[in-house]
Design a protein around this ligand. Structure first.
Ligand SMILES: NC(=O)c1ccc[n+]([C@@H]2O[C@H](COP(=O)([O-])OP(=O)(O)OC[C@H]3O[C@@H](n4cnc5c(N)ncnc54)[C@H](OP(=O)(O)O)[C@@H]3O)[C@@H](O)[C@H]2O)c1
Length: 329
């Protein structure tokens, strides 16, 4: 017996990326999955084909989200798909995953129509999908909303997008309170940067970017759609019956802080500079910033080779002097 045998799920934006991985995983757990897409029908049919080839059951429902009648059309399409298969109406798991965005618009670049479109697809659509479908969601069911780690950190380049995901977090927590009496759990899942079909070319073209994103994660790699799908599948499963109103990070620990190796290296640099400045005695940071600069006078550049004083790689004085605001830890 699989965890979702006999259940029905709707995953929005399941034609590609994280949504596809979620649809495949819920189907592998036994659910009949409605694979929603906006315009890319062939990609949605590919998701359905991958599910059926693996022994699961799925069908595609295409409705562009954002328009006023989108939620009505989505649920009508879902009910028609269930009826065609002789399956009773109603669903057990709703995953609001479809979204647009990422890098725009910023405070400087935002135009009102772009902003409106972002909020229409990322916020208004899931709100009205739930409003229209809440009576079709069976008691004891699950709602999982896909948020983003962008909503817990400050990245000006993703300002408006991050705001939409902040709204999704609030939506999830509040909805959990409202639907809890019916035994329905509502949670949000926050992926970090995740390698999908859409951004594969972007990563391939910029290895340095891939490396930089890897370095931002405590687990030292870029996320895979399946990493997120597994968390969603847990929340959809009976094992998560006591988890609701939570915003759950599924980013591999993105943006948690500095690596301890880097902090240790910086602290060691501070100590060595402090000892040198104090003529051999330990200069503690609480004694305050140095009155005079150290190192090579007039040379404020980083040095790559080992120093004469014992193999430590020197860096910019501004970067390593005790008391500098640039020194972490
Ligand atoms: N990938 C990441 O690095 C990342 C990081 C954090 C959070 N997330 C979140 O994870 C979720 C999935 O992201 P993803 O990168 O997997 O997305 P993706 O690969 O760009 O796929 C987007 C999906 O949403 C559908 N969609 C987009 N706009 C739509 C619209 N107006 N109406 C109906 N469907 C629409 C697309 O359908 P079509 O195929 O028909 O266009 C597609 O199925 C999103 O909520 C995103 O914000 C992603």
């Amino acid at each position: 017996m699989r965890t979702l045998d006999g259940t029905t799920s709707l995953v929005t934006g399941a034609s590609r990326g994280i949504g596809r991985a979620i649809a495949k995983r819920l189907a592998a757990d036994g659910s009949l999955v409605a694979v929603h897409y906006g315009t890319n029908e062939s990609a949605a049919e590919e998701t359905v084909a991958q599910i059926t080839e693996a022994g699961g059951a799925a069908f595609a429902v295409g409705v562009p989200l954002g328009a006023a009648d989108a939620a009505d059309r989505l649920w009508a399409g879902l009910e028609a798909g269930l009826a065609e298969r002789g399956v009773p109406g109603g669903i057990d798991v709703l995953v609001n995953n479809a979204a647009i965005g990422g890098a725009t618009p910023t405070l400087a670049s935002a135009r009102q129509d772009d902003f409106d479109e972002l909020f229409a697809i990322n916020v208004k659509a899931p709100f009205f999908v739930v409003q229209r479908g809440v009576d079709l969601l069976r008691d004891g069911g699950r709602i999982v909303n896909v948020s983003s780690v962008a909503s817990r950190i400050a990245i000006p380049d993703t300002l408006a997008y991050a705001m939409t995901k902040g709204a999704i977090n609030t939506f999830s927590v509040t909805l959990a309170q409202e639907l809890g009496a019916r035994g329905i759990t509502v949670n949000a899942v926050m992926p970090g940067t995740t390698a999908t079909e859409a951004n594969a070319a972007w990563f391939d073209a910029q290895p340095a970017l891939h490396e930089a994103v890897t370095g931002l994660s405590a687990l030292r790699r870029v996320g895979k759609p399946e990493d997120v799908a597994d968390v969603v599948a847990f929340l959809a499963s009976p094992a998560a019956r006591w988890v609701t109103g939570q915003v759950i990070d599924a980013s591999g620990g993105a943006h948690l802080g500095f690596s301890s190796a880097r902090v240790r290296r910086r602290k060691r640099d501070c100590l060595i500079y402090g000892v040198r400045r104090a003529g051999g005695k330990l200069a503690r940071r609480r004694r305050g910033p140095p009155a005079v600069s150290v190192g090579r006078p007039g040379n404020d550049k980083a040095h790559d080779g080992p120093s004469r004083s014992g193999g430590v790689r020197e860096r910019s004085q501004r970067e390593v002097l005790p008391g500098s605001r640039r020194v972490p830890g």
